[in-house]
Design a protein around this ligand. Structure first.
Ligand code: NAP
Length: 307
């Protein structure tokens, strides 16, 4: 693989994306983000592309919110097959698509763009990725689990909340810092899917009360990304965490987050976001190529990043 800069710019996609065509192999997939240098997606996707003998590579492109519409529109003329979207583009990209899957419409966010016959098709693999990760980590399906999603009305949170509703979890509770956003999402889901869902404030009392009636607790806030971040479970609620809970922290920054520490302390089964990252990536690969993705190779690529 060539030694070109690790992060490209949105303007590099303009005028046919000559810079990407000249790479060896040419870049025809990318992750768009702001920031994007931290993204673990390129090593995971490039390992898959090599295994599948696709003569192309996946790169990081720094795209600001202002640049997003043009960057997306330039994908087809630069001969890209698609792109992954990360913070802060998942919601803003949706109205720019020519076609959006029903699930992604409900989620209100997309993390995957596929270019098909010059048209932009948006999907969301975060929700199904979390569902697959929960099966892998805990041997249980969302269909069987009463779920509390902290940060449930954020980008990843919405995808997870809607996934739980689509899979028919026995009950779903959203706790969002901005409770109005949580209320609005619960209302939308009730209207479109006729699914019972409740929205609670992110207070210790409400979280503590909710924890008595849930099996799985998901953190979909960024709390835990930075060393020293507090847990999203305040002290009072923490006392109600126990060994029968399953705890999934979507954070995949490496170390043990404060939430995972709390879970491990009480003997609850707990997992970090690496498995979600893996499974959402596997589903993206299948969307782009219409063939099974090399799961073991992609897992190994992510594992070597952690070591
Ligand atoms: P986002 O759209 O900005 O949403 C963030 C959510 O967290 C919102 O609900 C927000 O509440 C809440 N929040 C933010 N700061 C908070 C704080 N200090 N205290 C309490 N709540 C807070 O971000 P996102 O794209 O959903 O990403 C969220 C996390 O999910 C990130 O850590 C990311 O790494 C992780 N993620 C993981 C994967 C994976 O594959 N493992 C995939 C996607 C995302 P308000 O609505 O009130 O602002």
């Amino acid at each position: 693989m060539s030694k070109d800069p690790e992060v490209y710019l949105a303007k590099d996609l303009a005028g046919g994306g000559e810079i990407f065509r000249r790479l060896n192999p040419p870049a025809r997939l990318a992750v768009f983000g702001d920031p994007v240098a931290h993204s673990a997606s390129p090593p995971m996707h490039n390992a898959a592309l090599r295994e599948q003998n696709h003569d192309l590579q996946y790169v990081r492109i720094h795209v600001t919110p202002e640049e997003l519409p043009d960057a997306l529109k330039n994908l087809a003329s630069a001969d890209f097959l698609g792109a992954s979207l990360t913070i802060p583009h998942k919601q803003a990209a949706l109205p720019i698509m020519d076609h959006v899957s029903r699930e992604a419409q409900l989620m209100g966010t997309i993390n995957t763009v596929a270019v098909r016959a010059g048209k932009l098709c948006g999907s969301n693999t975060d929700g199904p990725g979390l569902a697959a990760a929960v099966i892998e980590e805990f041997g249980r399906s969302l269909t069987q689990l009463r779920v509390l999603i902290i940060g449930g009305a954020g980008g990843a949170g919405r995808a997870i909340t809607v996934q739980c509703a689509l899979e028919g979890s026995p009950s779903v509770i959203i706790a969002n810092r901005n409770k109005e956003k949580g209320d609005l999402l619960a209302q939308e889901i009730q209207e479109h899917l006729e699914f019972p869902i409740s929205s609670i404030p992110m207070t210790a009392e409400s979280l503590g009360h909710a924890m008595k009636s849930v099996d799985l607790i998901v953190n979909a806030t960024p709390l835990g990304m930075k060393t020293g971040d507090a847990s999203p479970l305040p002290h009072l609620a923490e006392g109600l965490l126990n060994a029968r809970h399953l705890v999934y922290d979507t954070i995949y920054s490496g170390g043990e987050t404060a939430l995972l520490k709390q879970a491990n302390h009480v003997g609850a089964k707990a997992a970090n976001g690496f498995s979600m990252l893996l499974h959402q990536g596997v589903l993206q690969n299948t969307l782009w190529f219409g063939e099974p993705a090399p799961l073991a190779t992609m897992r190994e690529a992510l594992r070597s990043l952690r070591n």
